[in-house]
Write a protein that binds this ligand. Structure first.
Ligand code: VG1
Ligand code: CO
Length: 544
């Protein structure tokens, strides 16, 4: 069996975004489109001999076909070993775990995460490096450069492998192994958290919980961990079977898309605890009885309580948050006298800080929380952290959160998304704002005066690399902040994200509705940027 060279023409649009290359399935199905990108990854990391590659995905439409393509190409390009999750399944954090645990050179993860799936939906692909984390910018830049030079790819003439049976196959010089996608990950969770304590909470007959896998990749992981290992009642995990179209839903765990779960946590007979994860298992939404937990608060509270969790009992080295995430975590880092970093949006910016031991916990407002146990955000990890915390403190979630606010004050936060807006108009709006940054300080909008404004620029403290134009930040005299940026994961026009946050430490004012508490800031943001004018919308499509 020898490698076959297939001529191919470059596609101009293969520049990776916030998290890999995301496009419509139909675009990925163009001749050579997927193959070109895979070969470009390979060309970037070649030579492949002696190296192990991990391959898996979130199970969405086209996942299986793409995995067969990648296996053939990996063998044709001479990888020594390829580890593939059974059924083509590996959640993003589990892939990160397997890369690290099995000493792989890297992995190819097939996921468009929270984007909808199915034949008319989205598909995605990204490369994760040896540390288990998303490729850093210098690597994604090089992959893109390769996509523009490509004129052929290598593959083999072989039948599809049976992805559903554990076992080994020999393809040319390459050993392909179909592995259990859940075991390594579930073991890692068991090494970090107090499973006995959580099991007794779940067995006490009073505490009721639900995990909504949203018909995405976390189903098998959640069933193994909650129902098999922790002994939660059968049916604790809902929508637990991964489907190629996520059952027609939108696998984005927020109050809008995870409404089935949110309903179980509210109403006449609410559960005590509920959580959901996204398409590829790296996001989390955590919900208490009638009480929604904001992801920015979640990061801060997990950090403040980490010493109560076995895996972090020795303390944490530092915290990082993405720039648009509220400043709640900053206050905890300051109180604990530990490192603190503010990074651009996207998990790839946490990798160096985690590798260098500068931080232990990190998170993003977009329902992403994680630690140095892997190099991806990790949905189930965050849910287990909360469950462990509730069991250890013997308090319901809402009490833990309220006592945190009393101690540190509350950072009200909301994000307003304007989806599928005209790309040119959205870019024009941001460009115009950038051009006016210098003149904003001192001006008043909706009764709030601007203190400072800039375009976020990040210099990586470990390797000195610089990332510019990462989002416009506007700070106000009342302590409020507005951030505007365009999404790097969408596939329909542009998505404008407007992030708003404001600090409050008056004990009488800690229980407000965030939309109300932030109303002046929302009005000021619209006045400054002309959101309604440029988007043609009078309200956001999604509010989180
Ligand atoms: C979004 C989020 C960002 C997250 C990224 C990948 O990016 O805002 O915080 O890291 O998705 O998450 P953007 O560029 O659309 O704002 V996942 O779970 O979709 O891999
Ligand atoms: Co995701």
């Amino acid at each position: 069996m020898s490698a076959k060279m297939v001529p191919s023409q470059a596609y101009a649009d293969q520049k990776p975004g916030t998290s890999g290359l995301r496009k419509k399935v139909l675009e990925f199905q163009q001749p050579g489109y997927l193959e070109n990108f895979v070969q470009s990854i390979v060309n970037t990391i070649a030579p492949c001999a002696g190296k192990t590659l991990v391959v898996g995905g979130d199970g969405r439409f086209y996942n299986r076909e793409a995995i067969q393509v990648i296996i053939r190409m990996a063998a044709a390009n001479g990888f020594s070993r390829v580890l593939v999750g059974r059924g083509g399944i590996l959640s993003t954090p589990a892939a990160s775990c397997v890369i690290r645990k099995q000493g792989a050179y890297g992995g190819i993860i097939l996921s468009a995460s929270h984007n909808p799936g199915g034949p008319d939906g989205d598909f995605g692909i990204k490369f994760n490096a040896e540390n288990g984390g998303p490729a850093a910018e210098h690597l994604t830049d090089e992959i893109y450069r390769q996509t523009q030079l490509i004129d052929h790819y290598l593959t083999l003439d072989t039948d599809d492998l049976d992805l559903d049976r554990l076992g080994q196959h020999q393809l040319a010089e390459t050993q392909v192994e179909i592995i259990d996608p859940v075991a390594d990950y579930a073991d890692l969770m068991e090494s970090l958290f107090d499973f006995d304590l959580m099991a007794s909470l779940l067995a006490n007959g009073e505490f009721r919980m639900c995990f909504d896998a949203m018909h995405a990749v976390t189903g098998p992981y959640a069933i193994e961990i909650f129902e098999n290992r922790l002994g939660a009642a059968g049916g604790t995990v809902i929508n637990g079977v991964p489907l190629t179209d996520f059952g027609g839903g939108h696998p984005d765990p927020n109050q809008v898309h995870a409404h089935e779960l949110v309903a179980l946590l509210n109403g006449d007979d609410p559960l005590d605890f509920g959580a959901a994860s996204d398409g590829d298992g790296d996001r989390n939404m955590v919900h208490g009885k009638g009480f929604y937990l904001n992801p920015c608060d979640s990061l801060a509270i997990l950090a403040a309580n980490a010493h109560l969790i076995p895996g972090y009992a020795g303390g944490i080295a530092g915290i990082a948050r993405s720039m648009p995430t509220s400043r709640a975590a900053d206050r905890v880092a300051q109180a604990l006298k530990i490192n603190f970093f503010e990074t651009p949006t996207g998990w790839k910016f946490f990798g160096n800080l985690l590798d260098a031991g500068k931080i232990t916990l990190c998170g993003e407002e977009s329902f992403g929380t994680g630690s140095d146990h892997v190099r991806e955000k990790d949905g189930l990890w965050a849910v287990l952290f909360w469950l462990n915390l509730i069991a250890a403190r013997e308090q319901p979630l809402c009490e833990i959160v309220r006592s945190h606010w009393l101690q540190y004050g509350r950072d009200y936060f909301t994000r307003h998304d304007y989806e599928a807006v005209n790309s040119d108009r959205a870019q024009e709006m941001i460009d115009r704002l950038r051009g006016r940054l210098a003149e904003l300080p001192g001006q008043e909008f909706a009764g709030l005066s601007v203190e400072s404004a800039d375009d976020f620029r990040y210099v990586d403290p470990v390797d000195g690399s610089e990332s510019t134009a990462q989002g416009v930040r506007i700070y106000f005299g009342n302590g409020g902040r507005v951030v505007l940026r365009l999404s790097g994961t969408g596939t329909d026009g542009a998505t404008l994200r407007v992030y708003l946050d404001c600090y409050q430490n008056d004990p009488a004012l800690l229980g407000q509705n965030p939309q109300k508490a932030l109303a002046p800031l929302i009005a000021a943001a619209d006045q400054i940027a002309g959101i309604a004018d440029y988007t043609g919308r009078d309200k956001p499509d999604v509010i989180t």
